[in-house]
Design a binder for this molecule. Structure first.
Ligand code: SF4
Length: 273
């Protein structure tokens, strides 16, 4: 039996309106105007952090690292730390006091303290009780007061009252660890050290710039990767970046100058690195 031929009429395909994909600079531009920035759910952020921490991110090229620091430099040619101090000694004390505390919190207490004692001799004369009283708004103030007095005594006994210029000597002072020594060497003596605090640790791992399980690992990787021309200010640029842009819970990727270079999969702007 002959099959009845069926005529098929060509149905025009439904035309779908497809959105033109934005280029990376356009996407960042849109996000900066507040049109595209979207915070990933916490779970996605955590997964992105795990991915970053397991070194699954594509490493930065030397050209990309140079470009990132070139942009930091343009944005802030002379970055400065935010702790109040008047000389290398008060800087050392301020950094010791800032352990597990905010710079702003430390700055509320130190002007009155340094007004009375801006040398190890004056600090010893002030005494532990008075120091403790003056810094009682800062976390761990009892231990810190003890350390300030002990380090002042050691400075007088062993270093003629001066702050030593070597990492080994600095790290011998009570309350001074590698991070504090790096800050003092950098700010007081102009050495190109990189002090890895909680902000640098996060930025290094999150961006993929320096992935490491410990602050020391991150520090050594940053030291090896950052070109010498940028090393002196690198620590401040990265701290300020972590403190004001690459925030822990809600990074402001939409205002970030390195958004197109950053490898973090949890970015809040749709820009692939
Ligand atoms: S794009 Fe910038 S702010 Fe966002 S995660 Fe990367 S470095 Fe941090």
């Amino acid at each position: 039996m002959a099959r009845k031929a069926t005529r098929t009429t060509a149905v025009p395909k439904r035309t779908r309106k497809t959105k033109a994909r934005k280029t990376a600079p356009q996407a960042v531009g849109a996000a900066r105007k507040g049109k595209a920035a979207k915070l990933k759910p916490l779970k996605a952020q955590q997964q992105a952090d795990v991915k970053a921490a397991h070194a699954e991110l594509r490493p930065w090229t030397p050209a990309e690292i140079t470009e990132a620091f070139r942009r930091f430099q343009i944005a802030k040619p002379e970055p400065k730390g935010e702790l109040f101090y008047t000389n290398p000694y008060t800087l050392t004390v301020a950094v010791v006091l800032s352990a597990q505390a905010t710079d702003a919190g430390v700055n509320k207490a130190t002007p009155a303290l340094f007004e009375l004692a801006d040398t190890p001799e004056k600090m010893l004369a002030l005494g532990e009780d008075k120091v403790r009283d003056l810094i009682k708004t800062i976390g761990l103030f009892r231990t810190k007061a003890k350390n300030v007095i002990a380090l002042s005594r050691m400075l007088i006994d062993e270093y003629g009252g001066d702050i030593p210029k070597s990492r080994e000597a600095l790290e011998r002072l009570p309350g001074v660890g590698r991070k504090t020594a790096n800050v003092v060497l950098n700010i007081a003596f102009g050495e190109p050290t990189i002090a890895v605090d909680t902000h640098l640790f996060r930025v290094g791992n999150r961006t993929g710039l320096a992935i490491g399980k410990t602050p020391l690992e991150v520090e050594l990787k940053l030291e090896a990767a950052i070109p010498d021309a940028f090393k002196h200010h690198a620590h401040h640029w990265l701290i300020l970046h972590g403190r004001y842009t690459c925030l822990a819970r809600r990074p402001l990727c939409e205002t970030c100058v390195i958004a197109d270079l950053c490898r973090w999969p949890g970015k809040t702007v749709p820009v692939a690195a």
